[in-house]
Design a protein around this ligand. Structure first.
Ligand SMILES: [Zn+2]
Ligand SMILES: [Zn+2]
Ligand SMILES: [Zn+2]
Length: 173
């Protein structure tokens, strides 16, 4: 199923690292490609619904709630019963293709699903875009805390909010 995302890729759209204008169609294409490869590797099946849910999560870099997906899927004739959609999201979560941002109970696509990494997000209060925090630095921080506090970290959720680089520079003008 192909799908145009042009309308959703406004000039506000942030890229993962630079938060600059970018070709968002490429983000979606890469995400789908990664999904196909990962499913092949794990012997999992990327059903039409799972693929469509992934595409819808990737419409923008703004986190999307499951309830927002239901009417969109219904309109396209999919089985949009909440448990069905939640199962599709669980599947994508398990493969690391999407992440859940727990503070706002919403999902974003992962642009590095091939590598397992600690979850950390920055969410911009102005434009609503979310980006992943650098995994390496999060792991360093966790290691330092383990050593200095004598704790064993078994799960990590880092969620920071504020103004993204592009909104910050606009605010300063
Ligand atoms: Zn993009
Ligand atoms: Zn990720
Ligand atoms: Zn922003």
């Amino acid at each position: 199923m192909t799908q145009s995302s042009q309308d959703n890729c406004s000039s506000e759209q942030d890229s993962h690292k630079t938060h600059a204008k970018h070709n968002h169609d490429r983000c979606i294409a890469t995400a789908l490609n990664d999904a196909v490869l990962l499913c092949e590797q794990r012997g999992a099946r990327l059903t039409q619904l799972r693929q469509r849910v992934l595409e819808l999560v990737w419409q923008t870099h703004k986190p999307v709630g499951a309830y927002e997906l239901l009417p969109l899927l219904a309109k396209e004739g999919f089985n949009s019963a909440p448990p069905t959609v939640y199962r599709a999201l669980d599947f994508l979560l398990e493969l690391g293709l999407v992440h859940r941002i727990s503070s706002i109970n919403a999902f974003i696509g992962c642009n590095q699903p091939k590598h397992e990494h600690p979850n950390g997000f920055f969410i911009c209060r102005q434009c609503g875009n979310a980006s992943e925090l650098p995994a390496l630095q999060l792991r360093e921080l966790a290691k330092q805390l383990e050593a200095s506090l004598g704790i064993t970290i078994e799960g990590e959720t880092h969620e920071l909010t504020g103004l993204c680089a592009s909104c910050s520079s606009k605010a300063q003008k």
